[in-house]
Design a protein around this ligand. Structure first.
Ligand SMILES: [Zn+2]
Length: 314
């Protein structure tokens, strides 16, 4: 019995020892494992946090760059014209806008000017320091009240006659002067009028802008509201589509308009409207009822300059 008891005791002790060793072993094995697991988790969380903060920074930077580019855009505006270096005008900025029709040797009425007389006018304007502006630039001159040069001028040609391509365009290129042709969209490609290829070629030069003179050259004041709007919209859509541009100016046929016309032009999407009222175009005229200076067939360069002198200080 004693032997048996002793053996049982020894076995018990051996069992306890074995259990203790096992527990110790488990502790030894598990402690570093749990440490590594925990630090591993921490590290994953840290990496996650870093990624989040990096992406947050990226978002912030993107937002900053977007707002910066928007700020730049707002100074450059939709036509990509940078006005930041333009000269602010002390008084209301005016744009003397000259109104031409035919440039031709066949002088049939007061609206015709010979190419030689036209060249003399361009030469005189250039020598006197005039910079010609596009309708887009004119719009910014009116709305921002500053100018790209001290003396600015807008040269406009009504009706879209083909003598503009034959006689005026070569001279405008020679003197590097910008000009605007107001075309009647239903007359294009007809005899004596500009053709699509001529228009595309001139637009490509960057010197010539094509704007609306309505669809069929009917006097606005002779039309009801619906028909006026149709004339304004149809011609704009034609030019917008064919020239891939946002047509911004309308010139009313024979300069005629009624009390609805300016609102209708605005509704059709025009920003500038030109009349035949005599004077220098200014915002206070109303941007959709701007005045112009008619150039007659017998006007010399000097006479044109004399007319412009009063605008020089504006
Ligand atoms: Zn006309």
């Amino acid at each position: 019995m004693n032997r048996k008891k002793k053996w049982q005791q020894k076995r018990k002790i051996a069992n306890i020892k074995f259990s203790l060793i096992m527990i110790l072993l488990i502790i030894i094995v598990l402690t570093p494992l749990s440490y590594f697991t925990l630090t591993g988790l921490n590290k994953t969380q840290q990496v996650k946090k870093e990624i989040t903060s990096v992406s947050k920074q990226k978002i912030k930077k993107t937002k900053e760059s977007i707002s910066k580019s928007q700020a730049v855009k707002s100074t450059i505006n939709s036509n990509n014209i940078d006005t930041s270096k333009w000269i602010p005008s002390q008084e209301e900025a005016w744009v003397p806008t000259l109104m031409y029709h035919h440039i031709t040797h066949e002088i049939t009425d007061n609206n015709c000017l010979t190419p030689e007389d036209f060249e003399f006018q361009l030469d005189t304007l250039k020598k006197d320091g005039y910079t010609s502006v596009s309708p887009e630039e004119a719009y910014l001159i009116f709305t921002e009240n500053k100018k790209p040069a001290k003396k600015v001028i807008c040269l406009t040609f009504d009706d879209g006659f083909d003598d503009f391509y034959k006689n005026a365009y070569p001279l405008l290129k020679k003197y590097n002067m910008k000009a605007t042709s107001f075309v009647v969209t239903n007359f294009l490609n007809k005899i004596n009028y500009l053709t699509d290829p001529q228009i595309l070629e001139m637009k490509k030069s960057g010197l010539i802008s094509f704007q609306s003179h309505t669809a069929s050259h009917q006097s606005m004041e002779s039309l009801n509201v619906k028909d006026q709007l149709e004339q304004l919209q149809t011609s704009k859509k034609h030019l917008d589509n064919s020239l891939k541009q946002e047509t911004l100016a309308i010139c009313y046929p024979a300069g005629k308009f009624d009390e609805h016309t300016a609102n209708l032009a605005n509704q059709a999407g025009y920003k500038l409207g030109f009349t035949t009222q005599s004077g220098f175009a200014a915002k206070s005229d109303g941007l959709l009822t701007l005045s112009r200076v008619r150039i007659n067939s017998n006007m010399t360069g000097e006479e044109v300059l004399n007319v412009l002198k009063t605008a020089e200080n504006h």
